[in-house]
Design a protein around this ligand. Structure first.
Ligand code: ARG
Length: 588
């Protein structure tokens, strides 16, 4: 990772404090919020006074004297009571920026390949189409997988399909009613089942809500669905074969929707893949006396030293023998810890599942998984409508993800038609632009908020070409690209970075923040830090561009430097957007 100027200065100041027999850490240097007074400042002399070092002004002067001439520092001013303001040499800034720009990861990556991070996100359910509730996990999870990978971690993402719960029994029973003669339902048939699915995704989308509604009102139907689920889990061949068809037809549609969003997974495993780990897991829990029998069910109680329950128990196996959502999650974690040897497992799942993950993680701690692995629920808030309630369609139904994307595209088409887009753009390219603008709209609107916060879905606002939006950033990138294209036609080539004027310095400092921004994003599992950085960078570029008349610049060396700075800025914006899962455009 490329060291920051702050870091380099802090080292220099730290040594100076040490020379005065004061703690090294007093030398911490930060960016100044008064660029007219200095680029950086060190406030250590005041802290030194608290440690008994006497007059801070005198200490500050001694520190400055101890540093003397330094190749990084242009000038140091001591200001009462004992601030040290630092101006950095232009050559130092341009040197750092040149290093940053030459690095394929803008100085942010580290050697972390032996640290495996598994990210569990997506979590779509078989036979149900994805809805707005699946939007955040896809967008945030995908951005985190990109950022962690970029930082240097080994990342394995898993869609963790919901494919093992009672809804599977409902589908089996629902289909049995409709087509009782299928071989899957004949217990005497145990193999050679048809390879072709007896149902399409459309069929499943009809059967599922019908059966689920029926099970709510009819206890007998619910009982049948439960029994069928149990038989499936216990391995009845016909049910397993049928279930495989349900999963396959669902996955095909899911891949289409994720494809539209530009989201991908390394693994398309599901709750069902935890099945082989359930038996050894339950044995270990029983052996270690972590689980107990309670009214015929197998549970993990969570008690304090006085034996009081601190939270509801985790139910592993119901009295009828069926395993639960928590069981498959704990067994999946068992695999990720024991077999996959993940150091970190992140669950990018709705905040409304906090209790569930607390229970699963508490059971995992009792098993000692925390000795090798850190697991976290990196949760997110709800997408609300303008009424403050979870977002619905106009008619009050659940908004399908596919429809939402189409809506965003429609809005993008309108905005593009209204803007003065180049007339020579083909319809095909316009469609590609609309698609990318729409995806940037949805993703940026989601990622710009700290993930644990709820937000109000306001497509019109999110689609604006001005303000903190995806389309605004795409526009800025396209604008810089167009400047660079023009420059190359007049053969004004990108040259050395000089960082002489105040604007160039401000933009350079912003660009140099990138590695620290990536670190903070990784540390907090929160892409909004990166969003904030990219937005500030785009704005900084705008004011830079207004003040520096690049194309009219007479000094050719300076012009080349300004172009190079523009290019680096465009590249960082593009790379940052890519880390958010947003594709950029050449023009728009
Ligand atoms: N399928 C679940 C749902 O729709 C989400 C799964 C989240 N991941 C997990 N490991 N529990 O609510």
């Amino acid at each position: 990772m490329l060291s920051s100027i702050e870091h380099d200065l802090s080292e220099i100041f730290g040594k100076a404090f040490e020379a005065l027999e004061l703690p090294n850490k007093l030398g911490i240097v930060q960016r100044s919020n008064r660029p007219d007074l200095g680029d950086y400042q060190c406030n250590g002399a005041m802290a030194a006074a608290k440690l008994g070092a006497g007059n801070p002004f005198v200490t500050a002067e001694k520190v400055v004297a101890a540093i003397g001439d330094n190749e990084l520092i242009e000038k140091m001013d001591v200001v009462r009571p004992g601030f040290i303001n630092v101006f950095v040499k232009a050559a130092a800034i341009s040197g750092k920026l040149t290093q940053l720009a030459a690095d394929s990861h803008f100085g942010a990556a580290e050697e972390l390949a032996d640290h495996k991070v598994m990210i569990d996100f997506g979590g779509p359910n078989v036979a149900k189409s994805m809805h707005v509730g699946h939007l955040r996990t896809a967008i945030i999870g995908d951005s985190l997988q990109r950022i962690f990978r970029f930082k240097g971690y080994e990342v394995v993402s898993d869609a963790h399909l919901g494919d093992w719960g009672t809804q599977m029994g409902m589908l089996i029973e629902g289909l049995k009613k409709r087509q009782p003669d299928l071989p899957y339902f004949d217990p005497s048939v145990t193999d050679n089942f048809p390879t072709e699915s007896p149902v399409t995704i459309q069929d499943l989308e009809v059967i599922y809500p019908e059966e689920s509604g029926l099970c709510k009102s009819d206890p007998e139907a619910a009982e049948k669905a439960r029994a069928a689920t149990l038989e499936l889990q216990n391995g009845r061949p016909g049910y397993r074969a049928l279930w495989k068809h349900f999963v396959n037809v669902s996955v095909a549609t899911l891949k289409r929707d994720y494809g539209e969003l530009g989201v991908s997974f390394d693994l398309w495993k599901g709750e069902s893949d935890a099945d082989p780990f359930i038996t050894p897991l339950l044995e270990e829990l029983v052996d270690k006396a972590i689980s107990i029998q309670d009214q015929g069910a197998l549970i993990v109680p969570f008690r304090d030293d006085e034996g009081e329950n601190i939270m509801p128990p985790l139910i592993l196996r119901k009295s009828d023998g069926a395993v639960m959502y928590g069981t498959t999650d704990l067994a999946t974690l068992y695999e990720r810890v024991r077999d996959d040897k993940a150091q970190t497992v992140l669950y990018v799942v709705d905040g409304r599942q906090q209790q569930h993950f607390k229970q699963v993680f508490a059971a995992a701690d009792l098993l000692g998984f925390d000795a090798t692995t850190q697991y976290e629920h990196s949760y997110f808030g709800t997408v609300n409508g303008k009424d403050g309630k979870p977002f619905k369609t106009r008619t009050g139904g659940v908004m399908k993800l596919h429809d939402l994307i189409q809506m965003a595209k429609e809005e993008a088409r309108k905005k593009i038609a209204a803007s003065n887009i180049d007339s020579d753009i083909s319809d095909e390219e316009k469609e590609d632009i609309a698609h990318k603008v729409a995806i940037s709209t949805l993703k940026f609107a989601d990622l710009r908020n700290f993930r644990i916060k709820d937000y109000v879905f306001d497509l019109e606002k999110f689609s604006e070409f001005e303000g903190k939006t995806g389309p605004y950033l795409l526009m800025q990138v396209a604008r810089i690209k167009s400047i660079l294209r023009k420059a190359s036609t007049v053969s004004a080539l990108a040259g050395e970075l000089l960082a002489t004027s105040q604007n160039e310095k401000a933009l350079s400092f912003r660009l140099l923040d990138f590695p620290a921004v990536i670190d903070r994003t990784v540390e907090k599992r929160a892409p909004h830090y990166l969003c904030e950085h990219l937005y500030s960078l785009a704005q900084e570029y705008s004011s830079f561009y207004q003040k520096q008349h690049i194309m009219k610049e007479e000094d050719k060396e300076k012009q080349a430097s300004l172009l190079r700075l523009s290019q680096v800025c465009m590249q960082q914006l593009e790379m940052g957007l890519n880390l958010l899962g947003i594709d950029t455009l050449e023009r728009m």
